[in-house]
Structure formats: C-alpha cells, structure tokens
Design a protein around this ligand. Structure first.
Ligand SMILES: [Ca+2]
Ligand SMILES: [Ca+2]
Ligand SMILES: [Ca+2]
Length: 171
C-alpha cells in the first residue's frame, strides 16, 4: 500500500465518526457536535454555527463528487477513488477555517496547546499523534500555534497530499 493510500484511509477513518465503514451525513453532524463539545463552546455561538455549516458543506461536496452508486453514502472505495481533489477543495477549506476559528477563542490568530489537542482529538486523531503534531508546529515550545499554519495543514491532510508534517505525523 502506498503512502498516499494510507493517508486517504486514515482521513476516511477520521471522518467516519461512528466507525460503521461508510461516510454519511450523520458522521459530519456528529463531527461538528464532537468538536463543539470538546471545546466547551455554546452550540448557539456563531463559531459553532459556522462549524456545523462547514461540516455539512464538506459532506455535501464529498457526496456530490464521489457517490458513484448514488446511495447517499460513501464507501472507502468511493472515497479513495478521487485523484484530483480540486473538485471538493471548496468544502475542505471552510471546514478547516471553522475548526481553527472555534479553537482560537480570543481571535488573536493563535491556538493554545490545550485547545489544539481538544480540537484535534475531537476530529478523530490519536492523542499521541496530536502531541507529536503540536511539537512539529511549535518547535520553540511557545505553547501555541498559528491558526493559518494549522488550517493549511488540515486542508492538506484531508486532501491527502503528501509532504506535509500533518500527513506524515498523523498517519
Ligand atoms: Ca459512518
Ligand atoms: Ca455510495
Ligand atoms: Ca488565540
């Protein structure tokens, strides 16, 4: 199995929040709720609403592009079939934006270690990998990471592009 396929499978597993082997609309609703709950943010807050909308948009972009047999859900094979992710990049970006925004509580452009770990764990990454990733982003040990850097890394990860610390650290 090549590294790219490993990344695609890892991204699938992270998005399949009820681990039933298919991506469905419910998985993305659950994902949003899990992140909001982990951060302790009110569901009614603008950031939580933006996150939920982005999760829905992300799902809609995926299913529209990749659901070959039109059964309303994505199998691992359907999900892995994409090779030119540009068609649904539009869905990944708002999701990455909303995720990093909700973790940057004071909107100063940086996310504290604790919130980074909460957010990434809620997204579905193992705690050890999340710690390693934080260190990769924060080699000086400042205790925070820039939201822009993290946002780009999230995009790259879910677009399953190689050569980025996220892909290399999380898989
Ligand atoms: Ca599922
Ligand atoms: Ca399908
Ligand atoms: Ca902040």
């Amino acid at each position: 199995m090549d590294a790219r396929l490993d990344r695609i499978n890892a991204a699938f597993d992270a998005l399949d929040t009820n681990s039933n082997g298919y991506l469905e609309a419910d998985d993305f609703d659950r994902l949003g709720h899990r992140i909001v709950e982990a951060l302790g943010v009110a569901e009614s807050s603008p950031k939580a609403q933006a996150l939920h909308a982005s999760c829905r948009g992300y799902w809609e972009g995926l299913v529209e592009t990749l659901d070959e047999n039109r059964d309303g859900r994505l199998s691992p094979e359907e999900y892995a079939r994409f090779h030119e992710p540009s068609e649904f990049e539009d869905g990944v970006r708002p999701y990455a934006d909303a995720l990093t925004a909700i973790c940057d509580r004071d909107d100063d452009g940086f996310v504290q270690r604790e919130d980074f770990v909460r957010g990434m764990s809620a997204v579905g990454f193992p705690a050890d990998n999340v710690e390693a990733l934080f260190k990769a982003f924060d080699p000086q040990g400042t205790g925070e990471v820039a939201t822009t850097e993290w946002r780009i890394a999230i995009e790259e990860y879910f677009l399953s592009r190689g050569g980025h610390p996220v892909g290399d650290t999380l898989v």
